[in-house]
Design a protein around this ligand. Sequence first.
Ligand code: MRU
Length: 341
Amino acid sequence: MEAVKWNGDSVTILDQRLLPSKEEYNTYTDYFEVAEAIITMETRGAPAIGITAGMGIALGAKKMKVSNFSAFKDEMNKIFECFSNTRPTAVNLFWTINRMKKILSEMNNIEEAVKRFEDEAVLILKEDIEANKQMGKNGSKFIQDGDIIMTHCNAGALATGGYGTALGVIRAAVEEGKKIEVFACETRPYLQGARLTTWELLKDNIPVTLITDNMSGFFMKNGTIKKIIVGADRIAKNGDTANKIGTYTHSVLAKEHNIPFYVAAPVSTLDPQTESGDKIVIEYRSIDEVAYIKNVQIAPEGVKILNPSFDVTPAENISAIITEKGVIEKPAGKGIMELFN
Ligand code: MRU
């Protein structure tokens, strides 16, 4: 299962809007279409957004027709700007753009720059898959045989280069022979849990049960859910973590019921530039995502609707942040800087 693929002169993207009904891939030859695919959530998930942007930038560089390096540089800066304006919350996007900006600053020859962008895009994908596998190994120690683990949104192969972050930890535990079961929250309004997490876990024969978001407290209180593991879109310096809307609510309930709450994310999701969660920009998406389910209007015309796409879980509610570089247990008061030293 590949969410996004580089073909040398085009980018192929699995259209996640159509899952689970249809598994369809679109191939793009223009960087602008790749940026559009991020905006419209044809592809989504913090690491996958970063990877896709890398490929889109490489594509833009490759297709560009300019006669001198100064014009090339100007056009590249426009491409960076275009991708910066796709989605604001997942820091992996800006992490990729900064890697590409650094390359541009080191170049003075178009052909060489085009080659470096392409190599970097391919490397970002490769590094992400390796990071997920290592994250899985680092996190599986928290999972015991017989556990029922709840997750929110989709932090799996579909949201990354492959294998997944939160689902990567689950996959690693399964590979170690642990018998576990996943409870997937449906994740209103975009239904990443119902449509994507269940789809990819079923494909891998990992036992999964779908619940609606508002059932999580019921299953925590009655002792069914033993652990919670989620991904992240941006982890601030103090460990506060932005993830899909609804994550914060689960974390508060987990605290109430003494259920360990883990965040799994690659280092590309850590943002030491942002001091704390209240500084993280939260994307608000179209109210149609709330008013409609699969083109069926479920709310009265004209009703006021809000649609924040992410919320912030304070570090105090997090038992451990699992990365490929290591695990930060009880991040409250410590933050993330130990992983950069
Ligand atoms: O709006 P989305 O689907 O891009 O949001 C995705 C999430 O919130 C994921 O949990 C997060 O990006 C981690 S993906 C490994």
